[in-house]
Write a protein of this length. Structure first.
Lengths: 85, 582
């Protein structure tokens, strides 16, 4: 399992379009993916969950990936959160 | 035989059609809680899954239609809706709770959505709060499918229908099939509503703002819809039908007579060349513009980008539309007008008492650089095609031009830093539509690459007349000598500074105005594609000296009706065969 704090650097926070991209990418991986913010944990494969976290630019979240492809998953998803995709 | 009745509205898209009424209604969704016996719980979950699948199909087809209409992948906002629909958290939680609570799918689904909607609705972030509408958009579709409600879909309208509704949502409007829907009449809406824009793009007649329409009309009734006069005729008399048959025939013959002019150059008899270009709102209209013989797009309205969706279009979404249009029109120019709506269209909690004198168009853009920047970047990126021009609407002071220039420069420097290619010599012009810009045009001309006179707003502001107000709209007349004198001033000022001057209001499409405008020295006329062949026909019958004489005389009348009488007489003499060309 990979577990690391990531700062949301995406210009608009993790809003609908980046959130859509995040979920679409997350779904491609077999690993379990979660995002935790302020003690609330949601599935990284659920757009509704992610939206309800209300991640603004600058907020810090805990990204975890757990499974066979956890390494690739973490790399790809971290980039989206950091607005570098 | 039923008695004939004429229902009045506002004609927003021209044309006449005769057909049967198809009433389009979106019924209210009522949710009731029903207990489900244990042995049927699995079936209930399955029913829920099937409703989701059906909804996904619907959303995908809407997305396809919108993309086809706009011509590029613009409907990305529907992707977010599809993801919401397929959201695992929701599906799992609903399926589980159906089983635990032994309750029907509609009730549980509605409750789960409501919880999410409440969470988002309480967010400090406006963007997230607005997503609540998306949740319910998707949710209502699923609930209607669960309840087996036949939402009479716009897609299923039978051939030969006149669509009648209280209102049509943007995503529904995008589904209208012009092969089946002959025309559209709705209770709400105004001249610039989304419906008006869509129907004009589809080239079907439309009448909006018909009060109590649904109470007065029934499914299957025979009607005539007259978009020219803004009326819907219920149970027309044989005499009326006869009259409209004649009208339709005349219209067809008239178009036939005009069609050869599409191909011909826009030149006066003595060789003065004019640029005749097209005003369009939708990407797809470019082909109509080309067919009609337009020499470019003189006004690309970008409002639909903001109206067909919730939230603001991203840079990428805008870029794709601008880039595609530029490619299709190459090498002819495309003038893109920046945001020209009121502030209320993007900031949902913003209202004002006097919108025409309020926070709109360039004023909104200049107050919110983050917002403006997205559009500027998209336009500039598309300018690699080397045929794009930028136009700012509603400029009223020199400082606005200066401020726009500062922002523009900042954006170009950013693009250079990112090594993004754009047209370094892109023309940047302004619409002259406020009295102050017209009066000071000699000062402003040195700071822009062109003027395009927006005659509709200029007339409204100069004459202090709201044309939407029935009691005063008769005072609105773009032939008013006060308006014409200002137009002359603007053209002269532009030419003294060696910039070109165009006109893109309804005046440009009025045949009797063409000799006048040519006489004043206009360089470009931009009009709806349909008016282009007629404008060319008129232009090709004129000479510059006679136009100059006409303009000279027109400017010295006391009132609009004197000008109009004079111009009509002149046109009737010049084109005796045509009688009243519209």
């Amino acid at each position: 399992m990979i577990k690391e704090k990531v700062t949301i650097l995406n210009e608009n926070g993790l809003h609908a379009l980046p959130a859509s991209r995040f979920v679409k990418q997350a779904e491609k991986f077999k690993s379990d993916i979660t995002i935790t913010k302020d003690g609330v944990k949601v599935s990284g494969k659920s757009i509704m969950g992610i939206l309800t976290l209300a991640c603004e630019k600058g907020s810090i979240v805990l990204l975890t990936t757990d499974g066979d492809d956890e390494k690739e998953a973490f790399e790809v998803l971290k980039k989206i959160l950091e607005g570098q995709d | 035989m039923a008695k004939e009745r004429i229902l009045k509205g506002i004609g927003v898209s021209k044309g006449i059609c005769q057909g049967e009424v198809f009433v389009y209604e979106t019924k209210e969704v009522k949710i009731v809680q029903t207990p489900i016996p244990a042995r049927y719980l699995a079936t209930e979950v399955e029913r829920f899954t099937k409703a989701l699948q059906k909804t996904e199909k619907e959303l995908s087809s809407i997305k396809e239609r919108i993309n086809a209409e706009i011509g590029v992948d613009f409907a990305q906002f529907l992707d977010a809706q599809i993801l919401m629909l397929k959201d695992r958290e929701i599906i799992e939680s609903v399926s589980e709770r159906i089983k635990i609570e032994k309750t029907n799918a509609e009730y549980v689904y509605h409750k789960v959505l409501d919880e999410y909607a409440k969470k988002l609705g309480a967010s400090r972030d406006q963007y997230l709060r607005e997503r609540v509408a998306d949740i319910w958009d998707v949710g209502m579709r699923v609930l209607r499918n669960l309840l087996g409600m036949t939402h009479s879909s716009v897609v299923d309208v039978p051939q030969g229908s006149v669509l009648v509704a209280h209102d049509i949502s943007p995503s529904d409007a995008a589904l209208i099939n012009p092969n089946n829907v002959l025309g559209l009449a709705i209770e709400v809406g105004g001249r610039t509503s989304h419906t008006a824009i869509t129907t004009r793009a589809l080239e079907i007649p439309a009448v909006v703002g018909v009060e109590n329409l649904l109470a007065k009309i029934k499914n299957g009734e025979k009607v005539i819809l007259d978009g020219n006069r803004g009326i819907l005729i219920k149970s027309p008399t044989p005499g009326r039908i006869q009259f409209y048959r004649g009208e339709i025939k005349k219209e067809i013959e008239y178009q036939k007579m005009l069609s050869p002019f599409c191909e011909l150059p826009a030149k006066t008899r003595d060789g003065r060349q004019l640029d005749i270009s097209a005003n369009i709102e939708f990407f797809v209209e470019y082909s109509h513009a080309k067919r009609s013989g337009a020499m470019g797009i003189g006004l690309f309205r970008t409002e639909f980008l903001y109206l067909t969706r919730r939230g603001n279009p991203s840079e990428e979404e805008q870029f794709r539309v601008y880039d595609e249009l530029a490619k299709k029109m190459k090498p002819d120019p495309v003038i893109i007008r920046t945001y020209d709506l009121g502030g209320d269209k993007i900031f949902s909690d913003y209202h004002e008492a006097n919108p025409f004198l309020g926070w709109r168009a360039i004023r909104v853009s200049l107050d919110d650089f983050d917002f403006f920047k997205i559009q500027l970047r998209a336009i500039l990126r598309a300018s690699v095609n080397r045929n794009i021009r930028i136009m700012y609407p509603m400029i009223s002071t020199y400082e606005e031009i200066q401020k726009a220039r500062v922002y523009f420069k900042e954006v170009t420097e950013e693009l250079k830093k990112e090594k993004v290619d754009f047209d370094d010599h892109i023309q940047v012009g302004i619409m002259v539509e406020t009295p102050s810009a017209a009066i000071l045009s000699n000062q402003l001309a040195a700071h822009v690459d062109f003027f395009s006179i927006g005659s509709n707003d200029l007339t409204q502001y100069v004459l202090a007349v709201d044309r939407g107000n029935e009691r005063v709209s008769h005072l609105f007349d773009h032939f008013h000598p006060a308006v014409l004198r200002l137009i002359k001033q603007v053209i002269d000022a532009g030419h003294r500074s060696h910039i070109w001057v165009g006109l893109c209001g309804e005046l440009a499409a009025d045949p009797s105005a063409i000799p006048l405008l040519v006489g004043l020295g206009i360089d470009e006329l931009s009009m709806s594609p349909v008016a282009i062949p007629r404008a060319k026909m008129v232009l090709r019958a004129l000479t510059v000296p006679e136009c100059e004489k006409i303009a000279d005389k027109a400017l010295n009348f006391r009132c609009a009706s004197e000008v109009q009488k004079f111009l009509n007489r002149m046109i009737a003499k010049k084109f005796p065969g045509i009688g009243g060309i519209k």
